[in-house]
Ligand binder design. Structure first.
Ligand code: ADP
Ligand code: MG
Length: 400
């Protein structure tokens, strides 16, 4: 095929095409313009694969295009990294930086030792080094209009780094300096960081919860990317089938699109080699692409999300999935409690609450629940089946 594959389902590298999340991009974009906008700290929250890292990168790109200095980084050693990059870029704290550098490079020591260095004293009060660095950088004449900091994997941000970063942000905001802070993390990150000293303002920060794409967004994303491959002709029915398969999960959109391109490319190599080669994928080819997409989705999303939950919670989920109707609505009723050997629904409330907090279940009101991540019931069934096989094999071995 002459046109390259426009889909890029790689998990670490940013995708070649970004789609959706327009309201969140707009919210951050509009906060760049107004120096006194109180909403310059945002929280991006979502389960694994919901698009947190990708959105953070997109926000970085967008702010950079608007003349801001944008930094997105992992939460590990965030203070040390920020000090390093800001000192370099804005030429602040040159002397301190020189003395800090050796500490920064010692693996294992990381940010704790760095962050404990206090830069300046105002009376008895020591100002953290990062706060001084950030405010000085922003006061300095430079080519940048402001500073965008994106912290990824916020659930792993340690208290020390959280306090450093939040203090620097608060100070910049109180001085009217242009800084935007976005922290991305798994559900619950917001509450965890908000409980640290000096970070309570975080509790009021707007949250951007990454939900699956709507039907229109999903079909729009698929259609716009397949439009870049004129060799593949997708009927409306095929487009809808693919969209339905993804259930609006952004990673599944990338995966299924990527594999359909590959399947078609392999199956019709000769036809496509011609100058006007154009093929309409068959139903079997669509199914094959979906199967390949599901396999990777299962390994990269379902397994890491479901397997660590613990046997009892998984049993609860499996019993709950049994109550699912054709609209995907489930009831947390007595039959679920009975299936896992509990007397009443009250005893399952604990599982229910923790799964809602983790954004795996969605509370639909009146005791009804839904799964947030697609294909969990299918994975639970497959998992139970594998367990049975493993079990039988074990018995058979013992009997030998
Ligand atoms: N808005 C988006 N546009 C395009 N692809 C996306 C988008 N969001 C997520 N993806 C796809 O899903 C994959 C997982 O997203 P990622 O941001 O790494 O998830 P998270 O950080 O929440 O675990 C990405 O590699 C990308 O292929
Ligand atoms: Mg991520």
């Amino acid at each position: 095929m002459k046109s390259p594959n426009p889909f890029s389902p790689g998990f670490s590298a940013p995708p070649s095409a970004f789609f959706g999340r327009t309201d969140y991009l707009d919210r951050v974009r509009s906060s760049l313009g107004d120096r006194l906008d109180p909403n310059r700290c945002f929280f991006v929250e979502g389960t694994r694969g919901s698009g947190k890292t990708v959105l953070l990168h997109q926000l970085g790109t967008m702010t950079r295009e608007r003349g801001w200095f944008a930094l997105t980084m992992n939460s590990l050693h965030a203070t040390a990294e920020l000090l390093e990059v800001l000192s370099e870029e804005f030429g602040v704290h040159q002397t301190l930086r020189a003395s800090l550098k050796p500490t920064l490079t010692i693996p294992g020591l990381g940010n704790a030792s760095v962050g404990e260095v206090r830069a300046e004293t105002k009376g008895d009060h020591a100002t953290p080094l990062l706060t001084t660095t950030v405010t000085r950088a922003l006061r300095k004449k430079s080519r940048w209009k402001g500073l965008f900091i994106g912290i990824d994997e916020g659930q792993r941000l340690d208290e020390h780094d959280a306090v450093e970063i939040c203090s620097a942000f608060q100070e910049a905001r109180s001085q009217g300096l242009p800084m935007v802070l976005v922290i991305a993390g798994l559900p619950g990150t917001h509450e965890r960081i908000g409980a640290f000293p000096n970070c309570t303002f975080v509790k009021r920060a707007p949250r951007m919860v990454l939900e699956p794409f709507s039907v229109d967004e999903t079909l729009g994303a698929l259609a716009s990317l397949f439009a870049k491959v004129p060799e593949i002709e997708l009927t409306q029915d095929a487009l809808f089938e693919l969209g339905h398969f993804t259930q609006g999960h952004p990673y599944l959109v990338q995966l299924v699109g990527y594999h359909l391109y590959e399947v078609v490319d392999r199956a019709h190599a000769e036809e496509l080699a011609g100058s006007k080669g154009r093929v309409r994928p068959t139903e079997n080819e669509i199914r094959a692409a979906e199967a390949l997409a599901y396999e990777l989705y299962r390994e990269n999303i379902l397994k890491p999300v479901v397997d660590p939950l613990g046997a009892k919670t998984i049993a609860y989920l499996a019993a709950l999935a049994e109550t699912m109707d054709e609209d995907g609505v489930m009831a947390n009723d007595a039959s679920v409690a009975k299936a896992i050997g509990k007397q009443g629904t009250r005893q399952t409330a604990e599982y229910r609450r923790s799964l809602i907090d983790k954004c795996l279940l969605e509370d639909l009101g009146r005791g009804k629940l839904g799964f947030v991540i697609p294909y969990i019931p299918r994975y639970l069934r497959e998992r139970a089946e594998t367990m049975r096989v493993v079990d039988r094999t074990g018995k058979w071995k013992r009997e030998m």
